[in-house]
Design a binder for this molecule. Structure first.
Ligand code: 5GP
Length: 120
């Protein structure tokens, strides 16, 4: 996708388990699964199960604060589970200029190799 249209995304199908994914963590609010096109040995996406208007971080409203915190904590749990908690990166791409391609908020959890900074 090239723009935030508010249309359903492929992540709805992943949440509904209509298309397969490798789930690494799940609770009542969030789902974490391996990115299909990994940019590091560990590359996991953490998403809210209910999008509720959170197509991108820039659309966040006060009501989203709790789930945003939950997502970030889930990212830490995922890093622990994957054995990268001593060195990992959490990324949110927001909008076309940041190369966001799926308009359902997601955190990328990356690690398992030396990561470069700045990322470019
Ligand atoms: P963005 O560019 O929007 O920040 O990241 C979207 C991510 O979703 C990309 O890294 C892409 O590889 C991943 N992705 C897109 N479609 C699928 C899919 O069907 N399954 C999985 N596991 N990852 C996907």
């Amino acid at each position: 996708e090239i723009a935030d249209t508010g249309a359903p995304t492929i992540f709805d199908k992943i949440i509904a388990k209509e298309i397969p994914s490798t789930i690494v963590y799940e609770d009542d609010k969030v789902l974490a699964f391996r990115d299909v096109n990994p940019q590091a040995p560990v590359h996991i996406l953490v998403i809210p199960k209910i999008r509720d208007g959170l197509t991108q971080l820039g659309k966040a409203e006060p009501r989203h604060a709790e789930v945003l915190g939950h997502l970030l904590f889930a990212a830490k749990l995922v890093a622990e589970k994957e054995g990268i908690v001593d060195g990992f990166r959490v990324v949110i791409n927001n909008g076309p200029e940041a190369c966001q391609s799926v308009y359902h908020l997601h955190l990328h959890v990356l690690g398992g190799r030396q990561l470069k900074w700045p990322p470019g």
